[in-house]
Design a protein around this ligand. Sequence first.
Ligand SMILES: [Zn+2]
Length: 379
Amino acid sequence: MDLIHGGDCMKRIFAAVLGLALLTSIVPATAASKAQNEWATTHKIVYVGLTPKDQPNFWTENETDTTTATSDGAMLAFAKETVANTIAFWKQNSRGKMKFATSKFFIGKAGTATERCDSSADVKAAMKIAGLKSVPIGTHIVVVNVYDTCGYAGLGAFGGNSVNLRSFGTTTLIHELGHNFGYYHSSAMYCKNSDFKKFNATNCSVDEYGDFRDLMGNDEWCPDTTLSATQRATIFHTPLAKSVKIGAELTLDVSNMSTDRIIYEFGYKGNWYFFEYYVPSVNRCMSFSSILYAPQIQVRMIGPAWTVAKGNSVGPILIVRSDSDLPTSVVNVDPEMLPRDLTLTGFLEGESFQLPGAPYTLTVKSTGSTSAVFTLAKN
Ligand SMILES: [Zn+2]
């Protein structure tokens, strides 16, 4: 299985290689995918910048303004900053569980960045430049080829140990490393007329990168970026998802992001439902004009099988509705406001919602500044 896929999301295109075809010649696939998720593994980024023949000083050239000049050169200094930002992101999002050794940087000589679409040849070239015959467990070869012609911004291997970058900003590096660590895409789901009672592949569709919440979906990096609690709970188990007690009033408390009371989970016939509280403008750095910014309980799903069949790398799926499908009593917070067409990424205070594919109803009892109360009851 060697599926390369891409998808437009905001300004960039991501791609991920599913399966481990890229790795098989380097390390045993199972060993690599397991070790990338073990907290005992110390991760290390070996960053290799390939250099175009016609721009021999691509990485080392400086701005003419000497006040901003660095001994590394502008591009290499920028690359080092993206790596520092990326490590800070993954440390923070694993709540310190992930450990990183000091990163290494190498620059290939002019002519190493060739116009081609051959990720494994670029990784091999990078290993040679870095003096590596094999890639130790936990090491991630990050190779930048600004002349890569594949059409993606970056390429990560699921559970793998290499990342190919064409665009080498922080956002892409964090995202592609996320695939190496075992993350799928933060997705979203729409059903016709926002009717989740008709929950099937013909009435509903999955937008593979549709979750605006984090970089495994379609957000952009900034120093406060985080992952959805669902993503963190499913990969890092930090927070640990608490089990829903049917019929009980449950409190989601986001005042302290390191507690486990920020996510609940509920399993029904092979589907998993995750509940987290989202207060807009907290831990956010990018705004989408099409999203209703109101405190809300978000529901993410894993399963059923047809949701995954629609995309190659679909992870937790955010349930999304359109306000035009709903009564104004539910969504029109300000009666003076003109009709809008906004996307609702969660459920507002007072709303009830029957879980797609399960005879249980979510009711949002209250939404406060840092905590929300909800119940899940059998129909
Ligand atoms: Zn991706």
